[in-house]
Write a protein that binds this ligand. Structure first.
Ligand SMILES: [Zn+2]
Length: 45
C-alpha cells in the first residue's frame, strides 16, 4: 500500500486514511509527499 508522509510532522499516512479527507490526522497538515522507495525509477519528463 502506498504511504505518504506529512510534510509538517512527518507522520506516515497510508492512502487509505487519506481516502476521505486529504488531511493529516495528527497535525491537520494538508501537504504530503511520497517518501523515496526502492521500487523503480520513473522518468518525470
Ligand atoms: Zn502531520
Amino acid at each position: 500500500m502506498p504511504t505518504y508522509k506529512c510534510f509538517e510532522c512527518e507522520k506516515k499516512i497510508t492512502t487509505k486514511k487519506l481516502d476521505k479527507r486529504f488531511v493529516c490526522p495528527q497535525c491537520g497538515g494538508k501537504i504530503f509527499y511520497k517518501p523515496r522507495t526502492k521500487l523503480k525509477k520513473i522518468k518525470t519528463d
